[in-house]
Design a protein around this ligand. Sequence first.
Ligand SMILES: Cc1cc2nc3c(=O)[nH]c(=O)nc-3n(C[C@H](O)[C@H](O)[C@H](O)COP(=O)(O)OP(=O)(O)OC[C@H]3O[C@@H](n4cnc5c(N)ncnc54)[C@H](O)[C@@H]3O)c2cc1C
Length: 476
Amino acid sequence: MIGGGVSGLATAFRAREAAAALGHTLAVTVLEAASRPGGKMRTDLADGLVIEEGPNGFLDSKPDPLLLTQAIGLESRLLRSSDAARKRFVCRDGRLVRLPETPGAFLRSPLLSGRGKVRLLGEPFAPPAPPGEETLSEFAERRLGAEARDYLIDPMVSGIYAGDPARLSVAAAFPRVVELEREHGGLFRGMVAVMRQRRRERRQGPKSYAGPGGTLQSYRGGVATLPAALAASIGGPRAGGGDGLVLSTAATGIRRTATGWEVMAETDGAARTFPADAVVLSCPAYDAARLLRIAAPGAVEPLGGIPYAPVAVVATAFARDEVARPLDGFGFLIPGTERRPILGTLWDSSVFEDRAPPGMVLLRSMAGGARRPDVAEMPDSDLVAIVRAQLADLMGIRAAPRLVRVYRWDRGIPQYDLGHLGRVAAAEAALAREPGLFLCHNAYRGIALADCCREAAATGRNVASFLFAQTQEAHP
Ligand SMILES: Cc1cc2nc3c(=O)[nH]c(=O)nc-3n(C[C@H](O)[C@H](O)[C@H](O)COP(=O)(O)OP(=O)(O)OC[C@H]3O[C@@H](n4cnc5c(N)ncnc54)[C@H](O)[C@@H]3O)c2cc1C
């Protein structure tokens, strides 16, 4: 594995498991450039606060993260978000407006004008999909109208991709939505069909996970709990063969040998090589592009063409009585049309019970993204001043924060822009010509943690069956 983020660590864990199921012991080496495992899953513990530097949890609407949590023995550390976290706010005309959750609340909500609501309710009569790839913005306007695009879809996209709806490919970024339209002729009809299906499943037996929608989950002590447990299971050189997890070691290239593959790497400037029968590139797409120059030149251009958006996370902590506004929800997101310099703020201490000590609150504001990369690149002092001004304006917080931390992700979130599916298909076709090379990272088939867990399980199985097939050929 090249890259010890959750994709690489979970692939290593799942590949070993799949090999064991086939009666084999798999020797695994995970090379990680940084001095600690986890990639973007990092938790900073400071002054009794549990501060997430990147993701704050996963939705249990897809079963994969819970299955991994179970398999690694972390169930007792799971932490469900509070019920209040279902309440989400969107900024409209400088005010935080609650996102309506029921049809009645939608009709009363000031989030959309009367005209916007009528247009949204006309969704079943929207024109069919035009030929070719649509951007998310085009899709949302065609089906839901411009106002719903701006105040419902745009902020959701900021929250997930920090992306630009005018550039994201709807088929790549939200494949399920396109499927709903294709299968049911519209989103409302599709959602009704999904709800009926869920009711049927519920009647047929107990649910193993929360189903579509889902609940946000994390771990006591923060999301870094998961990669730490995966890293411990992989261990060092003697744990099941291979070199285990090798930190502070960056792969620099991959080449074919007479018997398989060789990964060239560097630890503290010293060159090393790691022989391998199979190599999983679980590093970001731009790193994979660089590493594959010799081994799979056809993958270089498509992988290098996947853009990334920078994100800065500014954590601020206040004494509870310094925040007059009730923090009764998940936080707020800001649509692009509001023209504000941040993407939104999550009220982390309201979402998960252990994120701040009694009497304190923890907020995390996000800035940058595909539309305002310049803000993510500002010096800390400017960034913090911008965040404080927004918190004062939108939440009435005038006190100086008791703690401020800035975390930067220069190439934080892959953007599934128009052409993404073609780029991924081209890269995978190039790799298919080089048996033993695999891709697994959030740049390809889903950017969220749940997607990483799903892809890692599939890649783990593919690696194990590839190696097992090889072994059978070598020792019939
Ligand atoms: C600010 C932010 C907030 C987010 N919030 C959420 C959220 O709330 N919920 C959610 O589901 N998802 C969220 N995400 C997305 C989530 O973080 C990712 O899905 C996930 O962490 C990606 O894991 P990964 O292993 O695929 O990649 P990464 O975490 O990027 O790991 C790749 C690893 O490869 C290593 N590497 C790179 N090059 C080399 C090399 N040459 N040799 C060795 N190692 C190398 C890197 O050091 C890194 O550790 C968020 C992301 C960001 C940035």
